[in-house]
Design a protein around this ligand. Structure first.
Ligand SMILES: CSCC[C@H](NC=O)C(=O)O
Ligand SMILES: [Zn+2]
Ligand SMILES: [Zn+2]
Length: 422
C-alpha cells in the first residue's frame, strides 16, 4: 500500500476502535475523534445535544453559493453489540489481516461510510476543489435503537431547517456482487406481541382452549403467512424489501420451578413476540385484519399489543419513499457520479430494515441509502463483520465523485418534495 493509503486505513481503524456499542456507546470518544478529523481537514464543526450525552456532530464545508439547497451526508456513530468470544478477532481491535480484511463491529454498519465521507472531502480539499452548494456531514447517535434521540430530533429541529438541505445520503447495505446496492425507501417495523390466555389444567389432560394451544394456532397461522412471503422471494418474484417479513423473536410461557419449569401443569398464559417489517406500499389494513381475525382473535382468548408500529404513510397519506424518476435529479447525478468513478449501481431497492433516512424522507426530502461495498458478504449485526481495505479505498473515490457532482449541481432544485400537497 502507498504511504497515503496506510494513513487512511489507520484512521478508519482508529474510529472502529472506539467502542460505541449500544446500550452504552462512547459518544464522547467518537465526538473527540470526529472533531479532531474535522480540524485537520479544515471543516467547521458543531455539536448539538438534543438529548444530553447524545451529541449530533455536524460538520460544514461552505459552498460558494449558499442560497442553493445544501447536501447532507449522514452516518450514525453507534453500533450494535458484539459477542466477543464468537469473533475470530476482537470486535473493537479493527484487526487488519493478510488479505486486507478489517474486522470490527461497525466496519460495514456504518463507520466505513462516515469515514469515507471525510476522506473524500479531505482529498477534494487538498486538490483545490470548491463546492458550489454547501456540504454538511452529520454523525448521529442512537440509530441502532430507533434514532429517536438522534436523527429524529435533528430532522425536526430549527438547526436542520436553517441548513436548507436538498438531498440526504444515508446508509445502504453491502452487495455480494459487483453492483452497489441503492435504496429509495425502507420497510416499516411493526413489533408485535400476541398473548393467549386459557384454562390451566393437569399436564395429562387433553382439552381445548388452553393458552398454549391458543397461542400455537396463531403461530401456525403466522408461519403459513411467513412462508407465503418467503416463497415469493425464493421464487425470484419479489425482492427482499418488497414482501412482509415476520420473524418470531421471543416465546414466553410456562410455570417456573426451582429446577426449571413445572412439567405437569398447562399454563394459563402464553405469549410470543414478532418482528414484522412492512414495505412502504403494502396494504396495512389487510395486515391489521389478518392480525385481528387470524393471528390474535379475541374469539380464541387472544390479545395483542404493538411495542412499535411505524406507519408506511406520511402525513399526506403517501408512502414514505424517494422518487427514482426524472422528478428527482439526484438519482441520475448519483448514477453518473458512480459510473464516472468506475462503479455500477444495481436496481433501486427498498431497504429491508429501518434507518435514519426515514426521518429525512418524512420531512419531504429525498434521501438515498447507499454504502459503497461491492463483492462483500452482508455482515451487519453479524459476528466477524469486516470490510476489505481495497473496497473501503474504492468507496472513497466513489464519494469524491458523488460530492463533486452533487455540490457542483447548479440547477434550481426544490428542497420540499411536498410543495404540491402544501
Ligand atoms: C426500528 S428501531 C431499530 C432500528 C434498526 N436499525 C438497524 O438495524 C432496525 O431494527 O431496523
Ligand atoms: Zn446502520
Ligand atoms: Zn445497524
Amino acid at each position: 500500500l502507498p504511504e497515503d493509503s496506510s494513513a487512511i486505513i489507520s484512521r478508519f481503524q482508529q474510529y472502529l476502535q472506539i467502542n460505541t456499542a449500544q446500550p452504552s456507546p462512547d459518544y464522547s470518544g467518537a465526538a473527540d475523534f470526529i472533531f479532531s478529523q474535522a480540524k485537520t481537514i479544515g471543516l467547521e464543526s458543531q455539536s448539538i445535544e438534543f438529548v444530553k450525552g447524545k451529541p449530533v456532530l455536524l460538520l460544514k464545508w461552505p459552498g460558494t453559493n449558499p442560497d442553493l439547497p445544501s447536501i447532507l451526508l449522514n452516518s450514525h456513530t453507534d453500533v450494535v453489540a458484539a459477542e466477543y468470544h464468537k469473533w475470530t478477532h476482537p470486535p473493537f481491535d479493527a484487526h487488519l489481516d493478510k488479505t486486507g480484511d478489517i474486522y470490527a463491529r461497525g466496519s460495514q454498519d456504518m463507520k466505513c461510510v462516515g469515514m469515507q465521507y471525510l476522506e473524500a472531502i479531505r482529498r477534494l480539499k487538498n486538490s483545490g476543489f470548491q463546492p458550489v452548494r454547501t456540504l454538511y456531514v452529520s454523525f448521529v447517535p442512537d440509530e441502532e435503537i430507533g434514532g429517536h434521540d438522534g436523527a429524529e430530533k435533528f430532522a425536526q429541529s430549527e438547526e436542520f431547517e436553517k441548513m436548507n438541505v436538498g438531498i440526504v445520503l444515508d446508509e445502504g447495505l453491502a452487495s455480494t456482487n459487483e453492483n452497489y446496492r441503492v435504496f429509495f425507501g425502507e420497510r416499516c417495523p411493526w413489533w408485535l406481541v400476541i398473548k393467549a390466555t386459557g384454562s390451566p389444567g393437569h399436564g395429562s389432560k387433553l382439552y381445548d382452549n388452553s393458552a398454549m394451544e391458543n397461542l400455537l394456532k396463531s403461530i401456525e397461522s403466522i408461519r403459513r403467512f411467513r412462508a407465503s412471503q418467503f416463497d415469493l422471494v425464493k421464487a425470484g418474484l419479489r425482492a427482499e424489501g418488497e414482501v412482509i417479513s415476520v420473524n418470531m423473536v421471543f416465546l414466553k410461557a410456562g410455570t417456573p420451578s426451582p429446577t426449571g419449569f413445572v412439567m405437569n401443569l398447562q399454563p394459563s398464559e402464553a405469549e410470543a413476540g414478532f418482528d414484522i417489517r412492512v414495505p412502504p406500499t403494502a396494504d396495512e389494513k389487510m395486515l391489521e385484519k389478518r392480525l385481528e381475525e387470524e393471528w390474535a382473535p379475541s374469539s380464541r382468548s387472544m390479545t395483542f399489543e404493538f411495542k412499535q408500529r411505524v406507519s408506511t404513510l406520511n402525513e399526506f397519506g403517501k408512502p414514505v419513499v424517494t422518487a427514482t424518476d426524472d422528478s428527482n435529479p439526484w438519482w441520475s447525478l448519483l448514477e453518473g457520479a458512480v459510473k464516472k468513478a468506475n462503479g455500477k449501481l444495481g436496481k433501486p431497492e427498498v431497504f429491508p430494515a429501518s434507518t435514519d433516512a426515514r426521518y429525512f424522507r418524512l420531512r419531504g426530502l429525498p434521501a438515498i441509502g447507499f454504502s459503497p461495498m461491492a463483492n462483500t458478504p452482508i455482515l451487519l449485526h453479524d459476528h466477524n463483520e469486516f470490510l476489505n481495505q481495497a473496497e473501503y479505498l474504492k468507496g472513497i473515490e466513489i464519494y469524491e465523485s458523488i460530492i463533486k457532482a452533487y455540490t457542483s449541481y447548479t440547477e434550481h432544485t426544490r428542497n420540499d418534495a411536498y410543495r404540491d400537497e402544501l
